[in-house]
Design a protein around this ligand. Sequence first.
Ligand code: FAD
Ligand code: SF4
Ligand code: SF4
Length: 1015
Amino acid sequence: MYETLWAIISWQLKIFRPFERIDPGLQQKSDIYKSAIRHKHLMHTELTLLAKKMDGVLYYDQSPEHHTQLLAYSTDASVYQEKPLAVAIPQNVSDIKQLIDFARQQKATLVPRAAGTSLAGQVVSDGIVADISKHFNKIIEVNVAEKWVRVQPGVIRDDLNNYLRAYGLMFGPETSTANRAMIGGMVGNNSCGLHSIVWGAVRENLLEVNAVLSDGSEVVFKNEPVDGNDHTGLKKEIYKGLYNLLSDENNQQLIKQHFPKESVVRRNSGYALDSLLKMQPFSSKGESFNICKLIAGSEGTLAFITEIKLQLINQPPEKTALVCIHCNSIDEALRANIVALKHNPMASELVDRYIMNFTRAHPEYHKNCFFIEGDPAAILMVEFMAHTNGDVNLLAQQLVNELQEKGYGYAFPVLLNGDTKYAWDVRKAGLGLLRNLPGDIQPVNLIEDCAVSPEELPEYVIDLQRVLDKYKVNASYYAHAGAGELHVEPMINLKTPEGVKLFRTILAETVELVKKYKGSLSGEHGDGRLRGEYISTVVGNETYQLFKEVKKLFDPHNIFNKGKITDTPPMDGHLRVSVGKQPGPLKTSFDFSGQGSMLRLAEKCSGSGDCRRSEISGGTMCPSYMATRNEKDTTRARANILRQFLSNPEDVDPLNHQEIKEVMDLCLSCKGCKTECPSGVDITKMKAEFLQQYYDKNGIPFRAKLIGNFSSQMKLASLVPWGYNLVFGNSMLRKLVNQVVGFHPDRTMPLLASTTLAKWFKRRMKNDIDTGKKVHFFCDEFTNYYDVEIGKKAILLLEVLGYEVIIPDHEESGRTYLSKGMVKKAARIANQNIRLLSDIVTEEIPIVGVEPSTILTLRDEYIDLAETSNKEKARELASHTFTIEEFFSNEAGKGHISKEMFTKVKRTIAVHGHCYQKVLSSQHHSNIMLSMPENYQVQFIPSGCCGMAGAFGYETEHYEVSQQVGELVLFPAVRSFADDVIIAASGTSCRHQIKDGTHKIALHPVEILWDALAG
Ligand SMILES: Cc1cc2nc3c(=O)[nH]c(=O)nc-3n(C[C@H](O)[C@H](O)[C@H](O)COP(=O)(O)OP(=O)(O)OC[C@H]3O[C@@H](n4cnc5c(N)ncnc54)[C@H](O)[C@@H]3O)c2cc1C
Ligand code: SF4
Ligand code: SF4
């Protein structure tokens, strides 16, 4: 009986204490689990304490705000993904020291991160990712006489050179990512690029580094004897250790034997012990010892850099010639490369057919392909520079002559000066553009960075192609032929176990080739977690042990970027795509079939970081990042977070997440990414789709409804426009109402016209026009209620040109619903408009509109919102839809408008283009339209988004960012113009933003042209 009772008691105990099992294995696991929970809890407490000690910010908990940051920092430009323990945005060196102390005490790893464009997973980690891009971005000192600059690590390379231009100096090493990659990251990866054969890599241009070591001490590394006596603390230990290591003859032998052969110029794998050996005292004729050579390329594993002193060079000669050698095979191009190198070019780069085909198919980049003749298998681009056109042409011609003599190449167009940019853009956009390949078989970074001697490149590529052929894998080949390094991107489906196996096999077999040619596993991108596992195979275990010794000398507690260069985990773990089971189809309001699916569109983001450009580099993408400089506000973060949720096969509601809302919050839906992102990651479309699905589950907020229903409210208000204007024309009342609806009190509201455009049009005395020329006018909701005068002038101008203007029966555009994510409602309107307009809008009688955001909706979103039966009609309608600028520019092209119709007065017009015009049309049309009066000088303000973006700039929580976006370029430019400069802006929001931000009035091009009519 006691036994029975005991059995019952034990059974009860097991239920309530599930971890206490008899099985010792399970018992052990449960202990680990309990300790993990305890550890997590402790860690949370410790992290909270750390956050309090820091002047900067630390994200670490599971709140949507923090978790969004953790997800956004889970990737870089590699195939890897791992959620960090925390994300730190250190504000000063003291914060960095706090982070190092924490990492030491808690046995966490600390990853210094700059722009996060590393291709091998260097900044992907489960530790603390410390982003220095926000607060460490100052240029500290330039010394023109001695040609050096001192910077903080978060300075963008192109921004630095932009600054140095005034001094006639520049920092040589560049990357294709130079408009966002930062000097700290370039040092970490020892970056170099197009011109490395002349300007070298960072290692050759690095003079000094200020850093915090793993014990928290601040040090300066520079030219100084390794065996000097004045070093102290950990620095002393490091120098002593290195001296002993490098003085050992056996070690010297290992390094000489196992590092790449001397003719391999790109050598970026492991720690650069070979460079140290070439210096004094190890090489009597060498330069004086400078440990910076080792820091370059150390991938954040040795020290946390806080300042960098760089060697500068003079600006290169201005005249440039680019010989574009068209070849029938890659082999032919690589043999031409050997010939080209004898002519001492500045660069020699390869582009293969894959890249060219993608470029030709891209809406933005195809314009750059004008120089391509026929269908070359590869083009070798060889660049020369000189002081005169004559000299540079001569250099180009000498090369062409020798190539023709040797029978390499079939066409040799030579681009000069400004035109060379187009060809380089084709080459540079390559990696991003390759992501436009449809389907799951995608080009992967894997063996893209292996380098050999340029003379052996043809043979190496033949061998490599054999490996790829064996596994029936296609690949693209491009980039630095002149430096012996081709970016070879095999096309693999990483979503399948077979693909993952191939991923490893191809690297493993390429490693054998690298050994065969005594090349380098990495030439410029670094080893990261992609190639790190194979370093020991390439250099041998004994040499690899030297790397481990180096790591131990600097970082005995393994604080800095654990698992990179030494002790790297398996290269096929923590991939960003889920392997095996894939999520089922997602029902969406937008049609994503053109992109495969919404997930596929999000997956297209390669992480290249083009969306992290600053306003100095220009462009529209990405205004929110340009304003806040937060990774979370990049297009990349938005795509990454969407991808992480959409790819979870277990999640039945993948868009119902606060984190997505958080990351989308500052997206202005400007569409910049639709064309400026090389992968065409269209966040505007995905944000609208997300909002619709989020609202489906959580309800539509009051303010979103209010904005969406703009037309119906204005219809009512326009019955008593004076009443509406009384409220919004009075600043006290307006502030009050603004606050009630959630608009910022300082934001003024547009006032209503006394009548609507539609009413005016119906009631007016019509001109008798009988030219047989007709045009439809899209009476959009903003022009109808607010900008009636612009609408009138547009109609009258069209009539002056001899057009009979028809306002057809149509609905509002649906823009306000789209901007607030009410896609279903917008879809109903779009389909109704397609039905109403598609039969009457034809090639002969097209439709024009003055407000870019609405008229271009007919051309863009309507196609993706059309029901199947309306699809073809929507496409047809789109092809006959024009902005007023396009229409006038076409008319001018046909000779229908004469300059005689306009004034001869001299005026300067400064144009701010609407984002949608830049993305879906071209500023060229505004130029033609506004240049019709013969003495009108048109200049374009190099602004991106104005910051208003529909209702975004009105909303209380977005007002500040809206102003910041305006202040980037647009406001200062507008303020700088003399009073007689006419400011032109087609968008109603843009004009409003200019008025609120600068108190200057911008006019619609239609108004400017109307005022310019002669007589
Ligand atoms: C499309 C594309 C094209 C590319 N083309 C080139 C090219 O032509 N040439 C080339 O060399 N590379 C190229 N890269 C790779 C990459 O852009 C470069 O390596 C770049 O220099 C990295 O800079 P980042 O600011 O993004 O650094 P991150 O990726 O943030 O960091 C790079 C490394 O530096 C370390 N680091 C950063 N800051 C510090 C610090 N303060 N202290 C210590 N360590 C630090 C990091 O830990 C990391 O290991 C390309 C990448 C992409 C996506
Ligand atoms: S969103 Fe586009 S530009 Fe930004 S990182 Fe991704 S691919 Fe590059
Ligand atoms: S739509 Fe504009 S703001 Fe939004 S992600 Fe794209 S570029 Fe950035």
